[in-house]
Design a protein around this ligand. Structure first.
Ligand code: GLC
Length: 634
């Protein structure tokens, strides 16, 4: 065989061998990636340390993480909306938490129905390989508002008007009791936003625009709702939200085409950030809050969920926050670049748990891929999971036994407390001729009108059974403002109610009329309003009432200061109740002097639209507000 034939012969064989080896290598890589990617599952001893309640939290976290696969770790970073997940997947994917978005209720919407629904998800988590219990979260921003029959406390703006920390602590504790009686272990409250523009549909979710008051009441709420149960472990986890600066969003900057200011942009101003927006979050950290929710707003051009400086350098680094950061609703996927890029950006920025209202499987797949491709460092995943597990162990989630259902006595106690909160939230803005307090000792007739007089849905506001609230009186165990008047005034007083203020011709004109007027319920951006004021229907009702009564008391049931400068001079007495919730009788208690007015405005009451936004108590155009912050007659 000639040399060149020989070399050609061997060259061919060598090429075949190399090609074969390359093919085998590609096949190994392919199979490894797609069929054997599930890493080796660490074996689990019969009695692992992490199940020992005597061991330290950090030791239990470290031990548990040593048994976790990458996918089990990623599962813990997923907070999934309950209508988007089958119960079995909680076990299968080792999901970290489930939420009921507002209105995401069980078929049977009662304390029992909720207890059974939540138990289904919790049991599924206990059946997972490592038995890591889920957190179950709701927005209990004014009590366990989703549940029919729950105590509906005044919304936060009314609590801001009360300024009473111990009251807020007590009602937060009562809220925690109603939550845990249904198995719910996490509430996305308190809100620490400070609204500067009352055109914002979330004004009523805030205590005030004063960072000192917001910090005081927020801390009291966190301590109250997290108060330890009989095992010495936390009942319910609070959430400081929305980090950071949502109250400073500017009108007409919303990233949502349906809204004007909600989900808008907060101008970048580091000094203001540190001297205003950040202060209540520092108080919340001092009050031992373990979760912080990222806002849907932007800091300048950057979505908060993508803000590494604020979430990691500031909150976790400078302030030393050791709990976990949770994103809000669909906020992560509003980061530009598509779902994969958005998830990578948010997790790298410092989001530890991602709220997934719709799809969790692609989230888990994307994050798995990003870790494999080195776009999300394993250290970041481990940090996020360590934070989540630390909170779960620290609040006793692994060790707590189930809490018994709420007793009727407890519920009665909560309603009594809620009625007290209503009394303390009322603010007297005007009282000509000392018309208040009303006299119930002598027989009298009072005419009552207005859309909010006999409507629990309006006085409760949104985040009540349904996200946008309900309209009407079908909420059980609640008292309307009219019913409260009838109850408190007693037999000497006759109330003639006509919602539109019209009465039969020929009826004699009487001394006093009460117009209970206000806003229909709204939540978030759906409440963004370019000119918040009374409806035409309510304005007409007041005018009709003035034709048949000598003196008129106007009761404002509203989630925010309304533009009333043009009308208030025609009203003899004006009281603002904010959104009082289920215990409408608390309003009558103060109108009849059972308890005096003690409330004051938690934020300035603008005189006209040109004064907005009001920043630090100062109106945009420099003119005086109709009423300054902390105004309130006694
Ligand atoms: C909403 C709100 C947030 C709430 C969350 C879960 O979009 O922005 O405050 O906690 O979704 O309901």
């Amino acid at each position: 065989m000639s040399k060149n034939i020989f070399s050609r012969f061997y060259c061919n064989r060598v090429c075949v061998v190399i090609g074969g080896l390359a093919l085998i290598l590609i096949m190994i890589l392919f199979f490894d990636t797609y069929f054997f990617s599930s890493e080796k599952i660490p074996s689990l001893p019969d009695d692992p340390l992490y199940k020992d309640p005597q061991a330290s939290v950090e030791d239990r976290v470290t031990d548990l993480m040593s048994y976790m696969t990458l996918d089990e770790k990623i599962g813990q970073m997923a907070l999934v909306e309950n209508k988007s997940v089958v119960v079995e997947d909680v076990r299968k994917y080792a999901l970290g938490a489930i939420l009921s978005g507002s209105g995401s209720n069980p078929e049977q919407n009662s304390f029992e129905g909720w207890r059974s629904m939540v138990q289904g998800f919790t049991s599924s988590s206990h059946e997972s390989r490592l038995g890591i219990p889920i957190l179950y979260g709701v927005d209990a921003i004014h009590g366990h508002g989703n549940v029919l029959g729950a105590t509906l406390f005044p919304h936060a703006i009314g609590l801001g008007a009360s300024g009473n920390e111990s009251l807020v602590y007590e009602l937060a504790e009562a809220t925690g009791e109603e939550l845990i009686s249904t198995g719910v272990t996490w509430s996305y409250s308190p809100t620490l936003d400070m609204p500067e523009d009352v055109r914002w549909g979330r004004t009523y979710e805030s205590f005030s625009d004063d960072p000192v008051l917001v910090g005081r009441l927020g801390a009291a709420y966190i301590q109250g709702v997290q108060v330890a149960n009989e095992h010495g472990t936390s009942k319910v986890l609070a959430t400081a939200k929305h980090f950071l600066g949502a109250g400073g969003m500017q009108w007409n900057t919303s990233s949502n085409k349906n809204f004007s200011i909600d989900q808008g942009a907060t101008p970048v101003d580091e000094t203001k950030l540190r001297n205003t927006y950040l202060l209540p979050f520092k108080d919340a950290l001092d009050a031992d809050v373990h979760t912080v929710m990222v806002g849907l707003n932007s800091w300048g051009e950057t979505k908060l969920a993508a803000e590494h400086y604020l979430l990691t350098d500031l909150l976790k680094g400078e302030l030393g926050f050791e709990g976990f950061v949770v994103s809000d609703w669909y906020g992560v996927y509003e980061i530009p670049g598509g779902e994969y890029r958005a998830a990578v950006t948010a997790i790298r920025a410092g989001v530890d748990m991602v709220m997934l209202p719709f799809d969790y499987k692609s989230f888990i797949g994307n994050v798995h891929r990003a870790v494999q491709q080195g776009e999300i460092p394993m250290e970041r995943i481990d940090d996020a999971v360590r934070r989540i597990l630390r909170v779960k162990f620290a609040m006793g989630l692994f060790d707590a036994t189930s809490t018994p259902p709420l007793s009727d006595e407890d519920l009665f106690e909560h309603k009594t407390l809620a009625r007290q909160a209503v009394r303390e939230s009322l603010v007297l803005l005007k009282n000509s001729e000392g018309l208040l307090p009303l006299d119930r000792s002598a027989s009298s007739t009072i005419r009552v009108t207005g859309s909010a007089a006999n409507n629990v849905g309006i006085q409760a506001g949104a985040w009540t059974v349904a996200w946008q609230g309900v309209d009407g009186n079908w909420i059980p165990k609640a008292t309307t403002i009219l019913q409260g008047l009838q109850e408190v005034a007693g037999p000497n007083v006759t109330f003639e109610f006509s919602e539109d203020g019209t009465y039969e011709e020929g009826n004699p004109v009487i001394d006093v009329g009460i117009a209970v007027v206000g806003e229909k319920p709204y939540a978030e951006g759906w409440g963004d309003n370019p000119y918040p004021t009374l409806s035409e229907v309510d304005i007409r009702a007041i005018e009709n009432l003035k034709k048949v009564c000598v003196r008129v008391i106007v009761i404002l049931v509203t989630g925010r200061p309304l533009l009333i400068s043009d009308a208030i001079d025609d009203w003899d007495t004006v009281v603002v109740t904010w959104l009082p919730g289920s215990e409408g009788a608390g309003v009558a208690d103060v109108l009849y002097g059972v308890q005096p007015f003690t409330g004051s405005l938690p934020l300035p009451w603008p005189a006209h639209i040109g004064q907005l936004p009001v920043v630090g108590g100062k109106t945009k155009d420099g003119t005086p507000p109709l009423f300054p912050r902390y105004f309130g007659l006694r």
